[in-house]
Design a protein around this ligand. Structure first.
Ligand code: HCA
Ligand code: CU
Length: 436
């Protein structure tokens, strides 16, 4: 018998033939009160966050991305069905096709609100408000790097233009967010004065962006918490993953009072991207299972990731949260034994929450007799515990010499079992058939 379900199997490393599927229902899960409950305080929004899904904006900035309109529509519909709150689209000022695509997606009648992402510039804002979007995500660089080497504008100009654009968008009855690119390398006083000014003119959200992925969770907590004390509007956050902190930073931002997190599927974006949608779900469902499971269709994560992975011609990383090919595979004998008794021993996420299956890898020298016993039963064979221990030793002996596949281990089990029958043939009974 081969595993019937794949985890993803697209990266060329997965070897499903080494693993056996362990049905989710085969072992009890712990149902005690959740020990991973987040530390609750009046600031924390970990149990009531919103997602601004930016695969069709930040994701379009990924090196391999080229989305034509049918693909954009497929991705937008999938994200909408999954339950994201907002879908952010590339600026209609970027190109004529970007503008037409934006209009087409607005006409789909999705439940998610449609945003487009524009520079803090009245010309861009005027094009954007005509597309039918529900709101604009307005951005401008505020760090000295970007002020000196990108747009060349000072803080007075930025504040004045921001207010003009915000007032214009609001006068059109649309939602507006104002964000500073490269927030963590911007002057704190500049940043807080700017946000305070835009808050006063009624911006819906201000945004903090870690454009270069330099921020640590503690820095995020400090900045968001400080900002929370300065503005009364919502706070959106956007984290690049250059130093591997994008999920942790998103979580910390919510703890500090942020309300919205930007994501993209598989984290695709500039360079190595931003907070991945699936990874964020993994993080959030642990502490707030009711909120996350009631709001988002977690069973869709794999199909959405497969859709985007194929569209941008990448493989799902082997160690991706939830959908990496070995995310729910247990190998060492000690792990397998405990998992078979109770999956909570070595799993913080339940694969069935995502429509996936766990596997026990038993064809290796690290295996244990409990894993082999399960395999013996799956093969429809009967052995005593002593016999299973003996055949486990044989598997380990071969696996010490070379890597073995599931077929090798199965052959050892079958021939061992066959020999048992040969040794003690029951009077008049035929040799039992091995189930293949
Ligand atoms: C970019 C812009 C941005 C904007 C984020 C935001 C960033 O550099 O392409 O609007 O909050 O990372 O700063 O994606
Ligand atoms: Cu970005």
């Amino acid at each position: 018998m081969c595993p019937t379900e794949t985890s993803n199997g697209t990266n060329g490393v997965a070897n499903e033939a080494d693993r056996v599927e362990i049905p989710v229902a085969s072992a009890p899960r712990q149902n005690r009160s959740n020990p991973y409950q987040p530390v609750g305080d009046y600031l924390s929004n970990v149990g009531r966050f919103k997602i601004i899904e930016s695969t069709l904006r930040e994701g379009e900035q990924f090196a391999n991305a080229y989305f034509d309109l049918p693909m954009k529509i497929k991705i937008a519909k999938a994200l909408d069905a999954f339950g994201v709150d907002y879908i952010e689209l590339t600026s209609p000022a970027a190109s004529e096709q970007s503008r037409a695509d934006c209009e087409a997606i607005c006409k789909l009648g999705l439940k998610a609100k449609i945003l487009t992402h524009v520079r803090c510039d009245m010309r861009d804002a005027k094009i954007a408000v005509e597309t039918g979007v529900d709101g604009l995500d307005v951005v401008i660089g505020t760090s000295h790097f970007l002020r000196e080497h990108s747009h060349g504008k000072d803080m007075a100009y930025i504040t004045k233009t921001a207010i003009e654009v915000i007032e214009y968008v609001k006068s059109k009855g649309l939602e507006v967010r104002f964000s500073s690119e490269d927030s963590f390398r911007s002057d704190l006083v500049d940043l807080l004065s700017l946000y305070s000014a835009v808050d006063k003119v009624g911006v819906n959200r201000v945004g903090i962006a870690d454009t270069v992925g330099c921020a640590s969770p503690r820095q995020v907590y400090d900045l968001v918490r400080t900002l929370r004390g300065v503005v009364s509007c919502d706070i959106e956050t956007h984290f690049h993953n250059d130093t591997g902190c994008s999920i942790a930073n998103a979580y910390c931002a919510l703890e500090a009072g942020a309300t919205h997190i930007d994501t993209s599927v598989l984290g695709i974006g500039e360079r190595n991207g931003i907070t991945p949608l699936g990874g964020l779900m993994a993080r959030m469902v642990v502490g707030e299972p009711e909120y996350v499971k009631s709001k988002y269709k977690l069973h869709m994560i794999k199909e959405i990731e497969d859709l985007v992975a194929e569209a941008v011609e990448v493989n799902t990383p082997f160690n991706n949260p939830i959908t990496g090919f070995c995310a729910f595979t247990h190998k060492a004998g000690i792990h397998a034994k405990a998992i078979l008794n109770n999956p909570s021993t070595y799993e913080i996420l339940n694969p069935s929450d995502f429509g996936l299956t766990r596997y026990v890898h038993f064809a290796s020298r690290l295996t244990g007799w409990n894993a082999v016993k399960t395999r013996v039963a799956q093969l429809g064979l009967t052995m005593t515990d002593e016999q299973v221990k003996e055949v486990t030793a044989k598997i380990k002996t071969l696996a010490d010499i070379r890597p073995i596949a599931i077929d090798d281990a199965d052959s050892i089990i079958r021939s061992y079992h066959f020999n048992l029958q040969e040794q003690v043939p029951a009077a008049g009974e035929p040799v039992p058939q091995v189930v293949a």
